[in-house]
Design a protein around this ligand. Sequence first.
Ligand SMILES: NC(=O)CC[C@H](N)C(=O)O
Length: 400
Amino acid sequence: MATTSAPWSETKPTALLVLADGTVVEGMGLGASGKAVGEVCFNTALTGYQEILTDPSYAGQIVTFTFPHIGNVGANDEDIEDLHPAQRAGAVGAIFRADVTGPSNYRAGEHLDAWLKRRGIVALSGMDTRALTTLLREKGAANAVIAHAPDGQFDIETLKAEARAWSGLVGLDLAKQVTSGQSSTWKETPWVWDEGFGTADETGMHIVAVDYGVKRNILRLLASLGAEVTVVPATSTAEDILAMKPDGIFLSNGPGDPAATGEYAVPMIRELLKHDIPIFGICLGHQMLALALGARTVKMHQGHHGANHPVKDHTTGKVEIVSMNHGFAVDGKSLPDGVEETHVSLFDGSNCGIALKGRPVFSVQHHPEASPGPQDSHYLFRRFANLIRERRGEPALAER
Ligand SMILES: NC(=O)CC[C@H](N)C(=O)O
């Protein structure tokens, strides 16, 4: 793989991507200097680079963007997804094809390079991202070190050894690293749905969201259902949660291997399932609900990371265009009796949703809050609200 020629902001290679198989590619350093180890995956989204890089589910990962021009609209303080930016949960590295241009957008507060530095994300540009993506497609997501040294000096053998020595994501529980340290109430003013769900004061509805690395837009949309939303740490017990008298429980997205996080999450979710409280899970939350119900999760070859994935909802027959970010998946064949497969990926047939028959419990693998459709999947939040309303003896609202 060769770097491509262009007018870079630096004149000599100041960054390296070193794969565990020994492949070394030079690039132009951006963002934080230093190095980061992680799994390289490719994301095919054309927009949303700040939301992607700050999604806590990307902890332990280096994202290579297949869209060649990243950074054109600069960076702002609003398009971030992690709840506690000081924790810097999210991608540890970023790889771009083209050099990052000066920002051109009324919302831009700063250059992407400056923002990457502040976030501590090690980045490089000048990568032949098509070749890298082809390699990842052929060989699968790769463990690697990304390094940025402004003086261009690297100890390549050490970097190779570090890439080889990294355990990889399998077996890693990263949720504990990115979760909230304590419970909190989601304060941001909700976005208002056309249906007019009302306010939490009017409805008295309470949703407890278990934070395995939750994204802000999920909390916005849950609050927009007219609910008070309490965010609780990943290690909360079922007793902690039940004591809060929730009308609904949400299991969030998050990084790492669901089986590893499941070691403490599954017993907790099984306890919650003994009660008839509506439960909704997204991504890691989906995977852990599936594990709690007795299914299996598997590591995918290259994962799904993009914003144009078609998913079919079997319950309505409709196809939605969704945002995806997962490297593990629920094995659809392992779903036990009583668990219905509600959604599948139309790219590869992998499982994208489940529901517990006859119970108000369901989850999806994709990200209905990420809105690439832009609102194709918002009905899932309404579905959750309706399960809660039904249990409270209130009339359902149109799902649309
Ligand atoms: N977005 C997520 O919640 C990701 C879930 C899990 N860490 C995976 O990679 O599959």
